[in-house]
Design a protein around this ligand. Sequence first.
Ligand code: PLP
Length: 412
Amino acid sequence: METEASTTSRALATEAVHAGREDLAGLGLHAVPIDLSTTYPSYDSRQEAARIDEFAATGARPQGPPVYARLDNPTTARFETALARLEGAESAVAFASGMAALSAVLLGRASQGLRHVVAVRPLYGCSDHLLTAGLLGTEVTWTDPAGVADAIRPGTGLVMVETPANPTLAEVDIRALAHSCGSVPLLVDSTFATPVLQRPLEHGARIVLHSATKYLGGHGDVLAGVVACDEEFARALRQIRFATGGVLHPLSGYLLLRGLSTLPVRMRAAAGTAAELARRLSADPRIRVVHYPKLGGAMVAFEVHGDPHAVIADVRLITPAVSLGSVDSLIQHPASISHRIVAEGDRRSAGVSEQLLRMSVGLEDVEDLWEDLDRALSGRSARSARTAVRSEGRTADRARDGSAWAPSPAGR
Ligand code: PLP
């Protein structure tokens, strides 16, 4: 297999289906093999000792078979190779979840004595919580992009931003922000954009983080995180992953690699539908404001004039669930779910209002999605459900008390 540092002039769509699989034909394979071993036989303990010493000293991926699955796995390594290529990074390191990936980055900086983080809200609720609560011994200064340069001080190890941000889809100029960071590494959580829409390293960011649970996996059946960065930081991350154990299961590595192959097609299709829904919502008097990134993408956020909980209760095709990035559409109320753990005042000041709904647009037909959204916004689903119940019971009701049943006008 080629190394993660391989450079190429191939287009992203080509890389998406070929990166990380270059050795397959030579192995006489077409589909990627899954290596589920937790341990690997070795009859040469001296050589193993040397390999373990080498990893402990450098964090470089061991040559030859892994010693133990917490150290390395060939299937997961294929996904790392592919993702690094798509992000234009030297390396990528995969973790058991997006939060495990962020934890490893924070530990990596803190272990260098750099415990101070400058961060821009909004971030995903649990990322916000991890920083605010200082669970890993870090300290955070929250600011807006214009305040980043002033917030940096000796001991600042990281600047963190999400763009487009969860859940408001606020966008940050990565290049300008990277400039404000000076020598402090800028981490961009690019989960919502994916490398199809945005490659932060090309704009001066030093670390890209994905909740791979979302678009990279793409089918709602893998929990994973990944960090794309230079090989030097990747080595520190591998050592932390080995010591703390937040490894990605190889089956997940396999599913992520498979997910990457359709990522460009999925993103473009879903983004086209999302843009059309955003257009229709913008023209709808039931909607107070629509947030849709200039960058594009498959997320749409909007504030309703009415009760956001009623919309959640009334969708039928769209699934009311947290998370995002799957082939099917999801909707959720950030103030109740994804950002519930953030203090109310911090949520508000970050633009996460009680009226805000966040929709992850999937691959369904736009007219079917609009029909569901339109019905939910009108409250017709719940009313028609109640109508149906009344309809079933009307004969009994009439027999019992003689009252006449009339269909609800809202049922139309
Ligand atoms: N970053 C963003 C932008 C997210 O939306 C999420 C999860 O929703 C995470 C990070 C955390 O990822 P995971 O749930 O895979 O731990």
